[in-house]
Design a protein around this ligand. Structure first.
Ligand code: UDP
Ligand code: MG
Length: 313
C-alpha cells in the first residue's frame, strides 16, 4: 500500500485553512478506509512565513488529528520553496508526495487517481487543468501566453499544469540534488525524465480569501522560470546585435553619401528617434544580461532556501 504525504503550502491562508483541512482529512480517511493509501500516510501543512493566524490554525489542526503535521518556515520564501521544504521533510517517510494549493482550486478528489497512476508505475503524475473559466481575463490570458512563451523558448513544460502533482520518492531523491535558488518546479520535474502520466480536472473558484500571488510574485516566478532554464534570450540579443551591425553598415553608406551630396541640414527627428530606439535596445540587452549575472550571483552563494522553525510530527 502506498504511504502518501499530501503537502500544502500556506501563506496567509487562515480564512480557508479549516475548510481545506476538513475536505482533505475526509478524503484521507476515505482512502485509508478503502486501503488505497497506508494508515500512516499524512497531510503536511507548510506555513510560509504567514503574518496572519495561519500557524496557530495549523497547530490547532495538528492537535485535533494525528494525520495532520505542520511545518513552519521562519520567513516568506515563496510557494516553490515552501513546497520544496514540505517535500524534503516528507521524503524519507513516504513512497510518494502529492502537492496541492491551500485554496483547493485544484480538485483534491483526483488524489486517488494520482495514486492509481503511481501504483501503475508512474513516478510523476501531473494534475492538468481542463478549463480556466473561473480565472479573470488577465490571469487566464497571461498564463496562456506564458505557457506558449516557454514552449517557444524550448522548455519542456506540461501545458496547463501548475503545482498539483504526485512525485515518487525516487523523484524526490533526484530533486534534492537541485540546489538552485530561483526554484521553478514546473521546469525541473519534466527535465528529470521520469515516466509520467497526467490527470485532468476542472479548475475551481478559490474557496475563501484572495490570491496570494501578487503581480510582483507572478512576474518573479515567470522570470525565474525562463532565465533558469533557457539561454535563448541571450542568443536573441546576439542575433539582434548582428542585425543592427548590418543596418549600421548601410546607414554609414547612406550618411556619407548624403554628406558628399550636401544634403545634411535637417534630420533631427531621425537622429532623435534612432537615439532613443538604440538606447532602449542597449538598456534592454544590459538588463537581460544583468538578470543572468544576477542568477549566477544568487547560485554561487549556495544559501539554504529556507529555515525551519518548528515541525509538528
Ligand atoms: N503561497 C505560498 N507562499 C507565497 C504565495 C503563495 O506558500 O508567497 C501558496 C498559497 O498559500 C497557496 C498557493 O501558494 O496555497 C497558491 O497561491 P494562490 O492560490 O494564492 O495563487 P493563485 O492560485 O491565485 O495563482
Ligand atoms: Mg489559487
Amino acid at each position: 500500500m502506498v504511504k502518501l504525504a499530501i503537502v500544502i503550502p500556506c501563506y496567509n491562508e487562515a480564512e480557508v485553512l479549516r475548510d481545506t483541512a476538513a475536505e482533505l482529512t475526509a478524503i484521507y480517511a476515505d482512502l485509508v478506509d478503502r486501503h488505497v493509501i497506508a494508515a500512516d500516510s499524512f497531510i503536511l501543512f507548510v506555513n510560509d512565513g504567514s503574518t496572519d493566524t495561519t500557524w496557530p490554525v495549523i497547530s490547532d489542526l495538528h492537535a485535533s488529528c494525528t494525520c495532520i503535521k505542520g511545518l513552519s518556515l521562519r520567513g516568506n520564501v515563496g510557494q516553490q520553496n515552501a513546497i520544496m521544504a514540505g517535500m524534503m521533510m516528507s521524503k524519507d517517510r513516504v513512497d510518494a508526495v502529492i502537492t496541492i494549493d491551500a485554496d483547493l482550486q485544484d480538485d483534491a478528489t483526483k488524489i486517488e487517481e494520482m495514486v492509481m497512476r503511481f501504483e501503475e508505475g508512474y513516478d510523476v503524475v501531473y494534475g492538468v487543468r481542463e478549463s480556466r473559466k473561473v480565472n479573470g481575463f488577465f490571469k487566464r490570458n497571461s498564463a496562456k501566453a506564458f505557457y506558449r512563451l516557454q514552449e517557444l523558448l524550448g522548455m519542456r513544460i506540461v501545458y496547463n499544469h501548475a503545482d498539483f502533482r504526485l512525485l515518487s520518492r525516487r523523484v524526490l531523491d533526484e530533486l534534492s540534488g537541485y540546489e538552485e535558488r530561483g526554484l521553478y518546479l514546473r521546469g525541473i520535474v519534466p527535465l528529470l525524465g521520469f515516466k509520467s502520466a497526467t490527470v485532468s480536472y476542472s479548475f475551481k473558484e478559490r474557496k475563501a480569501g484572495t490570491s496570494k500571488y501578487t503581480i510582483g510574485k507572478m512576474v518573479n516566478l515567470g522570470v525565474d522560470g525562463i532565465t533558469g532554464f533557457s539561454v535563448k534570450p541571450i542568443n536573441f540579443i546576439i542575433g539582434t546585435g548582428c542585425l543592427f551591425l548590418v543596418v549600421c553598415f548601410f546607414m554609414i553608406v547612406y550618411i556619407l553619401w548624403s554628406f558628399f551630396m550636401g544634403r545634411t541640414v535637417s534630420g533631427w527627428t531621425s537622429i532623435m528617434l534612432s537615439m532613443w530606439f538604440i538606447g532602449a535596445m542597449i538598456l534592454l540587452s544590459i538588463g537581460v544580461i544583468g538578470k543572468y549575472i544576477g542568477n549566477i550571483f544568487a547560485e554561487v552563494k549556495h544559501r539554504p532556501r529556507y529555515s525551519v522553525e518548528t515541525f509538528l510530527d
